[in-house]
Design a protein around this ligand. Structure first.
Ligand code: ZN
Length: 253
């Protein structure tokens, strides 16, 4: 069986007290081959790069989370452009709009658009973060045709089937995480069943949504159970989708 790819995992999260990258070896033994770590704050970008250089399985999606949009500056933009050229960088993320945290949405949108532009210029896909701003996010994606030009994933998706279908139409993948495992989850299971398997990516969003990287296996099993297919099929298709989107070659697997 192919290894799984965790398309959104915060191995550098302060909650992990510097021990996040130590989780990689055990997770690899469990069948998770690649970890895509998104950026959140500017101060995290360089340490992430250093960690990624020491861990063959770790790839990066540096970017500024909308909650930290106030950290955006010409220097940050220049640094992100530089990072976008690094061979370990496979996406720009996580970027988007957050209607709950961070500065005013207008400011967030300016920073989001600037980062989308960097992704387009670098030819990289994006990892999207959207909370309580879905309509506006979709408008921007439509206007700039990001999905068609760069592609990407809407990480931690929890929305309705029509929104998921619109994302797929716009050229995006739907990031499925541990929300799927909640007994209270209603909308996400429906989307997971109705969408083509080729439009799904798997993620843990650790440490917010999971405590161990192995939670990815539980998410994959749940997708298989809901769709009535085998775990092997889910792994094969989602790993292939992630490899294509992020330009991961067989070497790393
Ligand atoms: Zn995240």
């Amino acid at each position: 069986m192919l290894p799984l790819i965790d398309t959104h995992i915060h191995l550098d999260a302060p909650e992990l007290s510097g021990n996040g990258f130590a989780l990689v070896a055990e997770a690899v033994a469990q069948g998770i081959g690649t970890f895509i770590v998104p950026g959140v704050r500017t101060a995290g970008w360089l340490p992430l790069l250093q960690q990624a250089e020491q861990h063959a399985e770790v790839l990066l999606a540096p970017g500024l989370h909308p909650a930290y949009a106030d950290q955006w500056s010409p220097a940050a933009a220049a640094e992100l452009v530089r990072m976008s050229q690094h061979h370990k960088v496979v996406a720009i993320g996580e970027i988007g709009l957050d209607g709950v945290c961070g500065p005013a949405l207008e400011r967030q949108e300016t920073v989001f658009r600037a980062q989308l532009q960097i992704a387009l210029e670098a030819g990289l896909p994006v990892l999207l973060h959207g909370r309580k701003a879905t309509g506006r996010l979709l408008e921007i994606l439509r206007e700039l045709q990001i999905g068609q030009q760069a592609g990407g994933s809407w990480h931690g998706f929890s929305g309705s089937l029509p929104v998921a279908q619109e994302l797929v139409r716009l050229g995006f993948k739907v990031g499925v995480g541990p929300i799927l495992l909640r007994t209270s989850a209603r909308k996400l299971p429906r989307a997971v069943v109705e969408l083509p398997l080729e439009s799904l990516l798997l993620e843990t969003d650790l440490p917010d949504m999971a405590e161990q990287p192995e939670a990815l296996l539980a998410v994959a099993r749940k997708v298989a159970e809901l769709r009535g297919c085998t775990l092997a099929e889910v792994v094969e298709v989602t790993t292939t989708t992630a490899c294509e989107l992020f330009g991961i070659d067989g070497m790393i697997l």
